[in-house]
Design a protein around this ligand. Structure first.
Ligand SMILES: O=P(O)(O)OC[C@H]1O[C@H](O)[C@H](O)[C@@H](O)[C@@H]1O
Length: 558
């Protein structure tokens, strides 16, 4: 019934242009934006009205959103397929007020790990962490992938203006790709004596990370010898598996832990955020956690139509399921947020790229849209042509801080840099306006030749922070996390598992064994017969065999 009402309502809005909606109600910004703490969420350029919101809120009730939020924050096992709770929010919570067991018991463990992290950060900052030869550590390389890379990479780059000045300045590097390109490039530049590696992996079984870690260990041993002290002095581990860190050889004092109840893509708030803390210091890292906690409190308490993460989710659902829009662009107008699109691609698509409900029923509606993005001003020179004049309907999230450069020690260029920020702001506002209104954005309607026409009606939201601070970024990321959770509730799917990435890894290992085993034969089919089981042979398609053959030909004599 509620869904029927929504569909009928969508029929009345589907043919309406955003320019008409603004003409009907020039003050719609007032009813279609919310401000919470440092974040303003403007969704007045979405193709909806206040009536739409009321219907969507009813739908949220019908899906028991309140009950699911309560279960999430009570530490219930909301991740059914892995039989786990999802308590990333506990990493940033304060041990205060009404905290139910089993959650209350976890606060001590979380605080302990933060303290261990702080000791490590302070030691490195003080220049007291020495390599095996006694030289000071100057370079720290985070080796990880997915949530063990994107979170710390994105946040430390976003907050680079908050880098602490320390006795020992540290250069931070990130290595994720399994092909070794990033690592081979870095190893040419770094000195083993001064380099510390952080092996970040929730599972500590991810081959991408383990291959990179093994290469790093060989590089150190080649240069500094095989004494166990080499590994002790040059490797830290961050994982949910203490045993696996120990088996790999990480010294007990160098192991930071987190928990199975923290999903990889939700883990930047845990010790996985160590590179962030190394960059901005523990004080600012705690501000980042506080921003996340602030948004948790808002999400738990605010009524649906005042609740920013819920409104983000509802507008997304409206676009995906009622307006049939299946693409979303993330467009930060601040280059410090360069990695935000990649981070949100994982957060949203790995969480909600699902096609069966929690009960195992196939869904007959769309779930996560395809999400991609780029720093907005650069994307203007790349794919905005499609946004303005292509055939796809794309919804956009514009993300931008209102202020920048007001407190900089580069005083002599502050004026010029402020001007650059204003230019970025102007472009952000102009682009979202033109996308929404099309030619109606022009002061005078002119007759345009067909190739210069702008049809508009591309919906967007603008997420504007007062400034890009640790607290504000924490609030923004937590808002996206809760948007994802809310949408999963509305779509009746589990956002906390990722079974869809498992099989590819397994098949890759089988394929690797074929690549290894082909060395002595010219004929891939013969070799497969000789070296692999019949089951594996039968599973190989003609394309894969052809590609393997080509690899072999190219490698002959290489
Ligand atoms: O942290 P790890 O266990 O090494 O996992 C790293 C990444 O790998 C997997 O493939 C998952 O799809 C991601 O969710 C995860 O973040």
């Amino acid at each position: 019934m509620i869904w029927d009402n929504l569909q009928q309502h969508a029929d009345t809005l589907r043919g309406r242009h955003l320019a008409d909606l603004f003409a009907d109600d020039p003050l719609r910004f007032h009813s279609l934006h919310r401000q919470v703490g440092p974040l303003l969420f403007d969704f007045s350029k979405q193709r909806l009205t206040t009536e739409t919101l009321a219907l969507l809120a009813e739908f949220a009730d019908a899906r028991d959103l309140r009950g699911w939020i309560d279960r999430l924050f009570a530490g219930e096992k909301v991740n059914g397929t892995e039989n786990r709770a999802a308590m990333h929010w506990a990493l940033r919570a304060r041990a205060e007020g009404h905290i139910p067991e089993p959650v209350a018991g976890l606060f001590g463990e979380v605080a302990d790990q933060l303290q261990r992290m702080e000791r490590i950060v302070n030691k490195l900052h003080a220049g007291q962490w020495r390599g095996v030869t006694g030289e000071v550590i100057t370079d720290v390389v985070n080796i990880g992938v997915g949530g063990s890379d994107l979170g710390p990479l994105m946040v430390s780059r976003a907050l680079e203006d908050y880098q602490v000045s320390t006795a020992q300045p540290l250069n931070l590097h990130f290595v994720s790709s399994m092909d070794g390109s990033q690592l081979s490039h870095l190893l040419r530049m770094l000195r083993p004596q001064n380099t510390l590696f952080i092996i970040s992996s929730k599972s500590f079984t991810t081959v991408d990370t383990l291959y990179n870690a093994n290469t790093a260990r060989s590089w150190l041993r080649d240069a500094l010898g095989r004494d166990p002290a080499v590994v002790d002095c040059h490797f830290l581990g961050v994982s949910a598996s203490d045993t696996k860190m120990a088996e790999w050889g990480i010294h007990e004092d160098n192991r930071l832990r987190f928990w199975e109840w923290v999903g990889g893509r939700f883990s930047v708030w845990s010790a996985i955020g160590l590179p962030v803390a190394l960059s901005i210091g523990m004080g600012a890292f705690r501000d980042f956690l506080a921003g996340g906690h602030f948004m948790d409190t808002h999400f738990r308490n605010a009524a649906w139509l005042d609740n920013v993460p819920v409104l983000m989710a509802l507008t997304g659902l409206w676009n995906t399921n009622l307006l049939g829009i299946s693409a979303q662009a993330i467009l930060p107008y601040d280059a410090r947020l360069k990695y935000l699109p990649s981070y949100l691609e994982q957060l949203e698509m790995e969480s909600n790229g699902k096609s069966v409900t929690r009960d195992g029923e196939p869904v007959d509606y769309s779930t996560s849209p395809v999400i991609w993005g780029e720093v907005g001003p650069n994307a203007q020179h790349a794919f905005y042509q499609l946004l303005h004049q292509g055939t796809q309907v794309v919804t956009c999230d514009f993300v931008v801080p209102a202020m920048r450069y007001h407190e900089t020690d580069r005083a002599q260029v502050t004026g010029t840099l402020s001007g650059q920020h204003e230019l970025a702001l102007a472009n952000c506002l102009a682009q979202s306006r033109l996308l929404a209104l099309g030619e109606a954005a022009l002061p005078q309607r002119e007759q345009m030749p067909f190739y210069k026409r702008y049809k508009g009606n591309q919906p967007s939201s603008t997420l504007m922070l007062d400034e890009l601070t640790p607290f504000g970024l924490g609030a923004l990321l937590a808002a996206y996390e809760h948007k994802v959770f809310t949408q999963a509730v509305l779509w009746q799917i589990n956002p906390f598992d990722q079974w869809g990435v498992e099989l590819g890894k397994k098949i890759a290992l089988e394929t690797l064994s074929l690549i290894h085993s082909r060395e002595d034969s010219d004929d891939i089919s013969e070799q497969m017969l000789a070296t692999r089981s019949a089951a594996l042979r039968d599973s190989m398609d003609g394309s894969t065999v052809g590609l393997l053959d080509f690899i072999k030909q190219q490698r002959r004599g290489f």
